[in-house]
Design a protein around this ligand. Structure first.
Ligand code: FES
Length: 80
């Protein structure tokens, strides 16, 4: 993981995903539209993680940016 990652918040974001839609998860932690990318990564040379929903579902997107299961929360925020 890049040391340029910053913690957006130490908790996940609840997202109602829609089947077939693409989601651009902010990996750098700098986006003003968390948990999604707003282009702020360009300043640090990082890229968002893109995921497509295979079905309508509720998902928890990582806010701490340290999850091992990007883009989803894996509980790592509790250890930071
Ligand atoms: S918010 Fe990052 S692991 Fe939970």
């Amino acid at each position: 993981m890049s040391e340029d990652v910053v913690i957006a918040r130490k908790a996940p974001y609840k997202v109602e995903m829609k089947a077939g839609e693409k989601y651009f998860w902010c990996a750098c932690g700098r986006s003003a539209t968390q948990p999604f990318c707003d282009g702020a990564h360009k300043a640090v040379g990082m890229r968002p993680v893109i995921v497509t929903a295979d079905e309508d579902k509720t998902a928890w997107f990582c806010g701490c940016k340290h999850t091992a299961g990007r883009p989803f929360c894996d509980g790592t925020h509790g250890t930071l």
